[in-house]
Design a protein around this ligand. Sequence first.
Ligand code: NAP
Ligand code: MG
Length: 495
Amino acid sequence: MTQLIIPPRPALLDTPHQDMLIGGQRVPALSGQRFETRNPATGDLLATVAQGGAEDVDRAVKSARAAFEGPWRRMKPVERQRIMLRLADLVEQDFEELAMLDTLDLGAPYSRTIMGKTRAGALLRYYAGQATLIAGDTIDNSAMGDVLSHTLKEPIGVVAAINPWNGPIGMSVWKAGPVLATGCTLVMKPAEQTPLSALRFGELCLEAGVPDGVINIVTGLGDAGAALSSHPDVDKIAFTGSTGVGEKILHAAAGTMKRVTVELGGKSPNIVFADADLDKAVPAAAMAVFANAGQICSAGTRLFVQSTIHDEFMERLAAFTKTIKVGDPLDPTTQIGPVISLPQMDKILGFIASANTQGAHPLTGGNRMSGAGYDAGYFIEPTIFTHVADDMTIAREEIFGPVLSAFTFEHVEEVLTRANATEFGLGGGVWTRDLATAHRMARGIRAGSVWVNCYQMLDPAVPFGGYRMSGFGRESGAHHIEDYLETKAVWINLD
Ligand code: NAP
Ligand code: MG
């Protein structure tokens, strides 16, 4: 394997104060306020960032509305496609910088963030393809007389995207894709912990020829998100984040009947049957939860292992987990970095404490990491609990940290019932060589994605989203752009 080269400090950070992007201009907040973004591996200040408030949100929505009513709306699909393909090239060309910004802002190892390059390019090219596939229907109606009916597909208008911090550049691209494909315009609010790569992405959009005002980036705190979700001139909200904030957004959007899609949290089961290929299942079960320090919405946080292999499996899992390298995100061999922040670390350590109190057995990990290279950051050991009861706190709540709860089971029906005994429904994994078991489980798990003999696969062409408290709407896939389109019926009387 070729040695991964860590790029230099991103040029964006030569500017210590980062402004928002509204109407094609980098502008400070009208209030003049700023907030800090820091590196969670070291605590170092990366930049101060414009703290957008309601008045900045209003300015950005006005700019997005003006751009929507301007030439962008009348641009041919193939022209939007050409811009998007250029953007895909630019994003790939500059991905080392984008990945470094995320590594510094989020603390994810560079070896992980750089892996997002293929997906970012593929997403933009997939949605670029969709730009020329938008089509209404001609409908053979049964009305009296000779009346023709057909449908027109029209861009819905101004879209607000409100993003989480756990995969910043990938999320920015994912939100922008359907907006650009359909001729909508966007006001995007990145999470306060990770605003940097979104700003650089916004600049690349301009460079690619996206007209001013089509993509606006409002950096800020939760109140900026709240202002966006109640703004009367926003037509649709695409939210990704926690279930609690998702609920607030639904309430805020109700007053103006916005279209809303919400991609929320999870507590996904990963189920290993005795006939599984354990050489594959062991490392995959570990990385299903420990990748990105457990900060993935569809992480396989509830591991069900069939009783006949339970002890052997857990022994191998613990041995594998002890080999995972946690540490400096800028070391090419690091697999896992810190968690995002001090409050998040404290919350995770609180869950670990509750597991110990409630009688789960710690198998490995369980502590904040200390010593040189760790003390200034928020590093937590990859942690596994066995003997977890289904009603314990760690079995039910989303932890969003490197903590795995392991259970044992006997039969298909039993494990299906227990796997589905959650308010969430984002993902689920199944490990078996038996075709019938695989299909029964794939049908039975109540979740938006089921992975058999793999975990967390994603593709621009395959829909992703949640059941139940994990939200609604599907991102990616052929139908995603429907959420960004209005359907108009046109009747023409020929008599
Ligand atoms: P979060 O706390 O819900 O925040 C998400 C975004 O909402 C942030 O930009 C946040 O701003 C903003 N926000 C906060 N309060 C708001 C309000 N009242 N109205 C409107 N917006 C508001 O989530 P997070 O901690 O960033 O991310 C972790 C969560 O995201 C987890 O639950 C995870 O499962 C979920 N997630 C889901 C998916 C999926 O596809 N299903 C993918 C990734 C993550 P601030 O940053 O300023 O607080
Ligand atoms: Mg940060």
